[in-house]
Design a protein around this ligand. Structure first.
Ligand code: ZN
Length: 101
């Protein structure tokens, strides 16, 4: 897995800058090398919103199978941390803004 690059100059973005941008409503990132504004592709946004639901789905499934609540919470929290760590790797960027759906 690799961190996304700028589509113009191939500058590799840092995990931190992508992670920070993923919390903004307009998820644009300005390339520090060439100044191009780049936007996450629709596909990567869909992938990421799916990923962020996985911890919730798994924890609910475990609860449904009779796992004690505190364990389900523990699993939910560790999966959330894992997903958050992986999110910057799932982004791919283009230099045009695409509609969300
Ligand atoms: Zn660039």
């Amino acid at each position: 897995m690799e961190l996304p690059k700028c589509c113009k100059c191939n500058h590799k973005f840092s995990w931190r800058s992508i992670f920070r941008a993923s919390f903004k409503f307009r998820q644009e990132i300005k390339c520090p090398e060439c100044g191009t504004k780049i936007y996450p592709t629709m596909k990567s946004r869909q992938k990421i919103s799916l990923m962020t639901n996985i911890p919730l789905i798994i924890s609910f499934a475990l609860l449904a199978f009779g796992l004690p609540f505190k364990f389900a919470i523990l699993i939910f929290l560790s999966l959330t941390v894992l997903v958050m760590t992986l999110i910057p790797f799932l982004y791919s960027f283009v230099d045009k803004e695409e509609p969300l759906w």
